[in-house]
Design a binder for this molecule. Structure first.
Ligand code: SAH
Length: 348
């Protein structure tokens, strides 16, 4: 399957030129794609062009919304998308005062194997293309926009998958997302979360990409980190923090460390003190996250008092830190859980 949304405006112009189309056609077709329209919905485009594109295996978008679930508590919406090969991925739209943030997936499944995460349970199925990642934003934006407001104002690459393990597609996606002729979402409004692939963090900065970098650290000691994140066998905590510092120096953007609190594992006083020592003097921010329960994993999240105690130690050491607000708790918890449940239910 070939996707028009994988193409930049210039690439689409070239393609339509090959189909003998006038110059203005690219603008029309691109406009439809930006508003989440499939080929059959492009009313002012000649029918014979649509037919030829379809006969040649082209589609406009990489996916469609299969199901959605809205939280009665805070308006958060979870989406299940069907890809053209039948795979299912998920996304979450969170509503804040300043706008709507969409969490997008970058891979079907994930190869990283973190012990607390549901997305990685079946391993990596495949990478998503740039257009498939963009399509998540296009369809959700279209469902939520009105004349005055965009449906999606901020994007976080925190759904299933390790974005830096799919580097080429993800960086192409970042360019498509901020393209002036496209959705034109400001580069300032995009965050990328990684489990800490150091060379790729450095490459991202060197190549001039500047999303807010969110680094899933989850442990200040190498032996502990190796127990919960297999990637820690490849990179030490010192290397991960070193790459984060490099990113900050090169891009000027403050790095955020994510730390999901697991009872009796990484929530001890010793961990809080070591984390403070490691981050001292680095202008960064720590997000403490309530662990979402994943039944196959059996790990238990830390209680509020343990989290609060941990936060106070960071506070006392002048490490900027917040406990992340959990959203949409009534519509399935952890990343990846919804997709898994859907697949299980279907196979019954
Ligand atoms: N692969 C990327 C992005 C995906 S996960 C990464 O590792 O950063 C986004 C965030 O959710 C990561 O910080 C991840 O560690 C965290 N996460 C995964 N499973 C979780 C769970 N069950 N509870 C809380 N946080 C979880």
């Amino acid at each position: 399957m070939k996707l028009l949304c994988d193409l930049s405006y210039n690439e689409l112009s070239e393609l339509l030129k090959e189909y003998g189309q006038p110059v203005f056609r690219a603008k029309q077709v691109f406009g439809h794609i930006v508003h989440g329209k499939e080929l059959d919905e492009m009313s002012n485009i000649p029918k014979d062009l649509i037919k030829r594109l379809k006969d040649d295996g082209w589609r406009a978008l990489g996916l469609s919304v299969e199901q959605s679930f809205k939280s009665a508590i805070d308006g958060t919406v979870k989406y299940l998308y069907a890809l053209s090969d039948g795979n299912i991925i998920e996304g979450v739209l969170m509503r804040y005062k300043y706008g709507n943030t969409l969490c997008v997936s970058t891979q079907v499944g994930c190869a990283m194997g973190c012990r607390f995460c549901a997305s990685t349970l079946g391993g990596l199925v495949r990478n998503l293309t740039a257009g498939e990642i963009l399509s998540q934003v296009l369809v959700v934006n279209a469902l939520n926009e009105d004349k005055q407001h965009r449906g999606v104002t901020n994007v976080v690459l925190m759904g299933s998958g390790e974005p830096l393990d799919n580097y080429d597609n993800v960086t192409k996606f970042l360019n498509l997302l901020s393209a002036e002729e496209g959705l034109n979402i400001s580069k300032r409004n995009v965050s990328l979360s990684t489990c800490g692939l150091c060379e790729k963090m450095i490459r991202l900065a060197d190549e001039g990409f500047t999303p807010v970098l969110t680094v899933s650290l989850h442990a200040p000691f190498d032996n502990l980190r190796r127990r919960i994140m297999p990637i820690a066998n490849k990179y030490t905590v010192a290397q991960v923090i070193g790459a984060a510092k490099y990113y900050f120096e090169k891009t000027g953007r403050r790095v955020i460390f994510e730390y999901s609190m697991i009872e009796g594992e990484n929530d001890t006083e010793e961990c809080a003190k070591e984390l403070s020592r490691l981050l001292k003097g680095f202008s960064c921010h720590v997000n403490l996250i309530h662990l979402n329960y994943v039944k196959e994993r059996g790990l238990k999240g830390s209680g509020d008092s343990a989290i609060d105690k941990f936060r106070k130690i960071l506070d006392n050491n002048n490490i900027s830190c917040t406990v992340r607000r959990s959203m949409g708790s009534d519509i399935q918890g952890a990343c990846g859980q919804l997709r898994r449940k859907y697949i299980e239910d279907k196979s019954k």
